[in-house]
Design a binder for this molecule. Structure first.
Ligand code: ZN
Length: 341
């Protein structure tokens, strides 16, 4: 068993993954003095830290979601920009392909390079920079969709399902449940690239993050807030796409639409029971995470001597990597919510 020297200085603590010589945590679940934040999703970016290192986009997202108070000192680092954390530890970020601003944290100390990938995906996404393979000694990977059943289809085919339904059922209001950060914008952009031209009608909870993406040059075409349309105009939405958080596709909010067709866009939609649980009539498989094949391929491509696995289907991935001759172990980190994509 070869153990990397990083075992000595990268530790698992109750607050999260800890780099001892720099006294800094990666995506800690409790407020800490110094934190590296890989991306803006709620289970990775928490409030109350003394000092935060993240990409400028992630800092903006954290500010938009009120995760940054007066107590927090912000350090925005662009992809590839190196920062001396002290005691001989260097930090830089590489793109993770997960959402806008998402990053892998690259940490170098005494000639050893550790890459903590955070959440990542390899499928193309027109709303963020693509994943970059960084050769390293230790690669720390997620395992959210680490079962062979998970093979995410190209988003274009899922979007085509939605467009076909709009043509076949022009009287139905297609209400698509999407997470506000990342998924919403990726689905809108992919629909535009597929030729959908009508305005999007969106729930208020999706507004600020969509505007933030636009401030980074993303163009989603015309969109309007549902709340700005008079209630009497409910037929306006027929044959159109309405976007809202997943919880709203079937609640009181959705009753304002004529003949609604509830749809969920999520990586979990490959599991039929989950789609039924959400009472969705249509399910689109849309994931911001690497699927089974891409998790294994990525671990191989980093050429890392050690793979550490943080959250998700940890045992399945550990077993598969070992079978392929890789050195792998589970880190038993707590506090990651697998259903928050
Ligand atoms: Zn995430």
């Amino acid at each position: 068993m070869s153990n990397s020297p990083a075992e000595q200085w990268m530790q698992v603590r109750p607050e999260g993954l800890y780099c001892a010589p720099a006294d800094i945590y990666i995506d800690p679940i409790e407020p800490v003095t110094r934190a590296i934040i890989t991306h803006g999703h709620a289970d990775h970016a928490r409030s109350g830290h003394g000092e935060v290192f993240a990409t400028p986009e992630t800092i903006d997202i954290m500010r938009t979601r009120y995760y940054l108070g007066d107590e927090t000192r912000e350090n925005g680092l662009k992809y590839g920009q190196r920062f001396d954390l002290g005691n001989g530890v260097t930090l830089w970020f590489a793109s993770a392909g997960h959402i806008l601003g998402s990053a892998q944290a690259v940490i170098e100390f005494e000639g050893t390079r550790v890459v903590a990938a955070g959440d990542y995906k390899r499928h193309p996404d027109p709303t963020c920079a693509p994943f970059e393979v960084i050769p390293c000694d230790v690669f720390i990977t997620e395992a959210t969709f680490a079962l062979p059943v998970f093979q995410h289809p190209p988003l274009e085919t899922e979007v085509e399902k939605l467009l076909r339904s709009l043509r076949t059922l022009p009287n139905r209001t297609h209400i698509v449940g999407v997470y506000a950060l990342g998924k919403c914008q990726r689905v809108m952009k992919t629909l535009r690239l597929a030729g959908y031209e009508a305005p999007f009608y969106i729930h208020g909870a999706l507004k600020r993050l969509t505007e933030l993406y636009e401030s980074y040059g993303q163009d989603f075409g015309a969109w309007e807030l549902v709340s700005d349309i008079p209630r009497a105009d409910k037929h306006l939405f027929q044959g159109k796409i309405v976007l809202c958080p997943p919880a709203q596709i079937n609640d009181r909010w959705s009753r304002r639409f004529a003949d609604p067709l509830p749809t969920v866009a999520s990586g979990w939609m490959q599991i039929r029971a989950r789609a039924r649980q959400k009472r969705a009539e249509m399910a689109l498989v849309v994931s911001d995470h690497a699927d089974w094949g891409d998790l294994i391929r990525t671990c191989e491509e980093t050429k890392a001597g050690d793979i550490w696995i943080t959250h998700g289907r940890v045992e399945a991935l550990e077993y598969a990597l070992k079978q392929r001759g890789m050195q792998a172990k589970a880190l038993n980190l707590i506090g990651r919510d697998e259903s928050v994509e």
